[in-house]
Design a protein around this ligand. Sequence first.
Ligand code: PGA
Length: 253
Amino acid sequence: MRKKIVAGNWKMNKTLREAMDFAVSFQERSDELPGDVEVIIAPPSLYLASMEMIKEPAYRLASQNCSHHSYGAFTGEISAAMLADMNVGYSLVGHSERRTYFHETDELLAKKLDACFLHGVVPVFCCGEHLAEREAKRHFVTVLHQLEHALFHLSPSQMSRVIIAYEPVWAIGTGVTASTEQAQEMHAFIRSSIAGHFGRETADAVRILYGGSVNASNSAELFGCDDVDGGLVGGASLKVGDFITIVQSASRG
Ligand code: PGA
């Protein structure tokens, strides 16, 4: 059975003090966390080192992005090698804000995935369609294109370790979520596309998270869908209480 994941994406929010207050308070309340859900937090990169110092943290850390290069003259970039060196085990790859504002293409994201695997960092690959694509009924074509161009060069064993986050762009930060039918339908489509290329066993191992306006009131319903293996949570991951409620809602127990 696939272990559920709830990942928090803080984006460019919080001061260091606020980040550490969150980490300490999350840790103090860790007995409220279910044992069958993996918790990942992606703070701004500057805070990764401090958040890594919490003793036996109840969360694992992710970067919000990483370079496709391992080292060198790439001002402003952070590599997967550096993340691995700092015990940061995960990195978001291809969040829609990176695709939109930083013009990241699936071809570039394919290289970022390779860099992650080279250095032992687990990629959380984000995909999803814009509103106009859904309205034109091109959402499946769009997502399949993203999967094919960024992921389909991987080996089956690498693929089985990728965490996919399906985040319809129209649902991110808007307060509008996909319905459970829309989420389940797309997640099942993603899984069957992976099965078609890599085989059923690989597809069954891949965790597919839903993202886009997940909050403490709607998470249980979304995470209850058969092919939804948890969530990638933006705004609602910034408050300890809300985030804990969302993690609890992913538990099967
Ligand atoms: P949101 O963001 O939960 O604030 O909609 C999700 C994301 O961008 O990962």
